[in-house]
Design a protein around this ligand. Structure first.
Ligand SMILES: Nc1ncnc2c1ncn2[C@@H]1O[C@H](COP(=O)(O)OP(=O)(O)OP(=O)(O)O)[C@@H](O)[C@H]1O
Length: 248
């Protein structure tokens, strides 16, 4: 079943075009990586889907319902959450206070306590540090908290913008292990911005490559990773931004 449908979506910032007609579909329970060079439009795509920026053309459907033009709060109620790049946590609030921010939109108040317990189960370090200020956490712990916050709206589709940014490889492993486990447990559909095709291939999933606000590749992450390895062998460095071919 199609969970997310993006049809000819365009985003502009004033005169600057950031997304130029992106179309993609995501099946329920699927894991999709979005990759591409800086400025390709990855964050704009996520923000436009989540209602954090407006689109100038096209539409977004969630479970077949058109959500384009709705507020970010209304879209969250449809079961979509976004963990933004830079994590967006409140550094002067404690870990637990961060998790409780935003739960006001939920009607199922009793379930909130259960969800907090589940998040501490998934990320035990957050439970241990529940009374610590979020600003005192390491980068990896802050990323875990950001994902935990994203889970508090009980999403069916979660979008995570560059979870590996600035983290050591072993911490990135931990973050992805937990995301994959959460996906299995909750039947989540995941859309993740990830620059490294090798990392995406290790985690496993489909990958869409954006460049200049357009989709220029769509295939299994392992196909992109093999291609980048070959490039590395020939040119000394992997650079997805130079890939223009479609991976079928
Ligand atoms: N708030 C903004 N105002 C004006 N232009 C913007 C704004 N946000 C992004 N852009 C421009 O839109 C284009 C796409 O940016 P976007 O952040 O979506 O790309 P990205 O692929 O996520 O890049 P990065 O990997 O650097 O985060 C770029 O040209 C960028 O400079």
């Amino acid at each position: 079943m199609t969970k997310l449908g993006v049809f000819d979506l365009e985003v502009r910032y004033g005169k600057v075009p950031a997304l130029g007609g992106v179309t993609l579909h995501l099946q329920e329970g699927e894991r999709l990586f979005v990759s591409g060079p800086n400025g390709a439009g990855k964050s704009s795509l996520l923000k436009a889907i989540a209602g954090a920026v407006s689109s100038s053309h096209g539409r977004v459907e969630l479970d077949g319902d058109i959500i384009t033009g709705k507020s970010a709060e209304a879209i969250a109620r449809y079961g979509l959450s976004m963990v933004p790049e830079g994590r967006d946590i409140f550094s002067t609030l404690t870990v637990e206070e961060n998790l409780r921010v935003g739960t006001g939109i939920r009607a199922d108040k009793q379930a909130i306590e259960g969800d907090i317990a589940e998040i501490y189960d998934a990320f035990p370090i957050l439970g241990e540090r529940r009374h610590a200020n979020a600003g005192a956490l390491s980068g990896g712990q802050q990323q875990m908290l950001a994902i935990g916050r994203g889970l508090m709206t009980n999403p069916k589709l979660m979008m995570v913008d560059e979870p590996s940014l600035g983290l050591a490889p072993n911490i990135v492993d931990q973050v992805y292990d937990t995301l994959v486990a959460l996906q299995k447990e909750r039947g989540l559909t995941l859309l993740i911005v990830e620059q490294s095709s090798a990392r995406a291939a290790r985690v496993g999933g489909r990958m869409v490559l954006l460049r200049g606000g357009q989709v220029v590749g769509d295939g299994d992450a392992s196909e992109f990773a093999e291609r980048d390895l070959l490039k590395e062998a020939y040119f000394g460095q992997a650079d997805q931004s130079k890939s223009t071919e479609q991976v079928q």
